[in-house]
Design a protein around this ligand. Structure first.
Ligand SMILES: [Zn+2]
Length: 536
């Protein structure tokens, strides 16, 4: 076949690109294993993140003697039953404080999904699926995490996309996917293929074991920082809720941590290696999955876009803002139990409609076909919603729960909670009308139904590009019906501020430190301990 010269050049350069891409794909993982780094100096740290660990189930299993490895760790090390997660209580985003010592609202991202008003396109930052690579890109450069600070030494991570600057990362995304959707749709058939089925489609137990084996290989290179995520409890809870299998997954993870710890000793790394066992959020089972956007349309004629849950086909985040031209708002889901509502400013020309927060005067008087709408008030009538949070014209934060209202305000002494109609957070009188520092809020609200909610809400609501409304669901309610492929309705979730979701256990082993029980610690406090141990 004779091709014109120009076409020939196109064909050859195309072929060259494909072949070099293939070579890179084959060579890169091998390069990452064989690449040599200067011998690690000084202290080292391993962080195990158990994704979606229910503190209630954890405590019960601990008492029943089903978690022998963690029980021993608790008795000999630093332990808190009241670790406080980021808000929204989300995977990835909630990892940030552990590796920086800084509150996640200062990270540059606002959850697993959020809407960046400042962009010209790709405003919806959705890090679920192939677009997870953008999470690291979107982080601020001003804060350096422990991977970045450890250069030039070897650092390693397994199954996290919050690992900017790490030297060697492994993501077992396919195995996680087949495990998460075990028994659903095509995944059911994949596992039934003779001889190879179980190798192609792993279940959660096999997947976690495989990931741990990879982690042990990395450990042999003595990583300065080693991050290992166990994603199965969270994935299992979303799809199936909590049952016996959820408990068994926690037992399995306990035994895998035991294998890792004995390897640390065998390798003689135990004199320098801090080991933190943490979680990013708890979980809450749900039995009702509401169609928020459908309700806004049917009840008030408002056109609210929800967007898709996961980006499977492309890793690009470049959706044009034009797509939203005819919409009234964008509903951004996080963990399914929290959502942001971004409204457009109907009085401005496109694209300025989406460039800034909607002024308070328009939020409570939004023009619709049926007349003017008070958005916070109409939301308070949705029985699936619990907290409706927004800024008033004085830039105070308003928390609404049904008809109950409170305001948060800031003073040099801290943040004050002023209930003025009922008590939306159900806090005791001793916590109202007095300014408390963040640390005081931490210890004074540990046992309430919304631990540490005041500082978490204050900091989130004062971050640019936060939604005009932040809402959380009532217990047992999920905010996005039929949201996820292969699953449809979730059976469990997270994202909100209730105790069972924001409170998780933390176990911290630091060589030569005596055992200690601490009443409460925030995830950024753990990050500070990690940095301190590493000498940063
Ligand atoms: Zn998570």
């Amino acid at each position: 076949m004779i091709l014109p010269k120009k076409k020939k050049r196109v064909v050859f350069s195309g072929l060259f690109l494909v072949l070099s891409g293939l070579a890179l794909y084959i060579w890169w993982p091998d390069y990452q294993w064989s690449h040599t780094y200067p011998p690690t100096e000084g202290n080292t740290c391993t962080i195990f993140l158990i994704d979606g660990l229910s503190s209630e189930i954890f405590k019960a299993e601990l008492q029943a003697g089903h978690l022998p490895v963690m029980e021993k760790m608790i008795n000999e090390n630093i332990y808190t039953e009241n670790g406080i997660s980021s808000f929204p209580t989300m995977t990835g985003y909630g990892f940030y404080p552990f590796i920086t010592g800084v509150d996640a609202t200062k990270s540059g991202i606002l959850g697993l999904r959020w809407f960046d008003r400042k962009r010209k396109e790709g405003n919806l930052r959705n890090y679920v699926g192939r677009t997870n690579v953008h999470m690291n890109d979107d982080l601020v450069d001003s804060v350096k995490n422990v991977f970045e600070l450890s250069t030039p030494f070897y650092t390693a991570s397994i199954n996290t996309f919050m690992d900017k600057g790490v030297q060697h990362n492994i993501k077992t995304g396919w195995a996680h996917t087949t495990a998460k959707y075990e028994g659903k749709s095509i995944f059911k058939w994949l596992r039934m293929i003779p001889f190879v089925g179980q190798a192609i489609a792993k279940n959660h137990f096999e997947h976690e074991s495989d990931a741990l084996h990879l982690a042990i290989r990395q450990l042999r290179k003595n990583p300065k920082v080693h991050w290992i995520t166990f994603p199965s409890p969270d994935a299992y809870n979303h799809v199936s809720g909590t049952d016996d299998t959820y408990m068994k997954l926690i037992h399995h993870i306990d035994s895998l941590i035991g294998v890792y710890i004995s390897e640390v000793k065998k390798l003689g790394q135990d004199k320098h290696r801090m080991i933190a066992i943490v979680s990013d959020h708890g979980i809450s089972d749900v039995s009702a999955n509401i169609d928020f956007c459908g309700w806004m349309k049917d009840s008030y004629g408002l056109s609210i876009e929800r967007g898709k849950s996961v980006n499977i086909l492309s890793s690009a985040l470049d959706q044009p803002l034009e797509d939203l031209k005819m919409k009234d708002g964008y509903f951004v889901i996080n963990g399914n139990l929290t959502a942001y509502l971004y409204m457009k400013n109907p009085y401005l020309p496109f694209p300025q409609t989406w460039a800034n927060d909607l002024p308070y005067s328009s939020l409570i008087r939004y023009p619709a076909k049926s007349g003017f709408l008070n958005i916070p008030q109409i939301l308070s009538q949705n029985t699936g919603l619990e907290l409706i949070i927004y800024k008033d014209d004085q830039k105070n934060i308003v928390i609404r729960n049904g008809d109950q209202l409170a305001q948060l305000s800031h003073s040099p002494h801290g943040i004050t909670y002023h209930p003025f109609n009922g008590n939306p957070l159900s806090y005791p009188d001793s916590l109202t009308e007095i300014s408390f520092s963040e640390t005081e809020w931490l210890f004074k609200t540990t046992e309430t139904i919304f631990p540490y909610a005041v500082p978490r809400i204050w900091n989130l609501m004062n971050t640019p590009s936060i939604g005009d409304i932040v809402m959380t669901s009532r217990k047992g309610v999920d905010l996005a019906n039929d949201y996820e492929i292969f699953v449809g309705n979730y059976r469990g979730g997270h994202g909100g501020l209730r105790k069972e979701i924001i409170t998780v256990p933390y176990i911290i082993h630091i060589p030569n430190r005596p055992s200690e029980k601490i009443k409460a610690l925030r995830n950024e406090d753990i990050g500070k301990m990690v940095k301190n141990h590493l000498g940063f």
